[in-house]
Design a protein around this ligand. Structure first.
Ligand SMILES: [Zn+2]
Length: 166
């Protein structure tokens, strides 16, 4: 269904007149995904980060820290400089710099805390707040992990996820 994020699934289903009492037992997980292009692993090049990129990366990492999430859990060294890669182009990728696609994901489990607020027709914001205790990466946090891992570029993630969104 069309929602902006995982937190939008429950309000949308209630909006479609699905009985929240049924939702509690029927919905175990809400997942949202956006597809991004993967960098060609043959020609991608480490780039020099712009101050704006650094600022965006820091904002997301600070947000993760505030939620008790660690980038070191995703094989990113928090002590090392943050590395981004850009698309170049070679004969293996038809000179596009990209090869294949990957999803940027986020998910919300229908745990006890979510079940409890469901019958009250919760807003997206309320669901996000309750779900933050689950420790699952948001789409922009997953995007950050995938760009710092060199899987995709800053631009690709920017094109599908609003990185400056609260
Ligand atoms: Zn290439």
């Amino acid at each position: 269904m069309h929602t902006n994020n995982a937190a939008g699934v429950i309000p949308r289903l209630i909006d479609l007149e699905v009985n929240p009492k049924i939702l509690v037992s029927a919905l175990s997980l809400s997942i949202a995904q956006r597809l991004v292009r993967k960098l060609c692993q043959f020609c991608k090049k480490e780039k020099e980060n712009t101050p704006e990129e650094v600022k965006t990366l820091k904002t997301i990492i600070d947000g993760m820290t505030a939620e008790g999430k660690k980038i070191s859990d995703y094989n990113i060294n928090p002590e090392a400089p943050l590395r981004l890669f850009s698309a170049v182009g070679c004969d293996k990728c038809n000179m596009t710099g990209y090869k294949g696609r990957i999803g940027i994901f986020e998910a919300i489990k229908t745990d006890e805390a979510i079940e409890k607020i469901m019958p009250e027709n919760p807003s997206e914001r309320e669901i996000k707040k309750v779900a933050s205790a689950q420790g699952i990466l948001s789409m922009r946090q997953d995007g950050l992990v995938k760009m710092l891992s060199g899987i995709t570029s800053f631009e690709e993630v920017m094109s599908v996820v609003d990185l400056n969104e609260e």
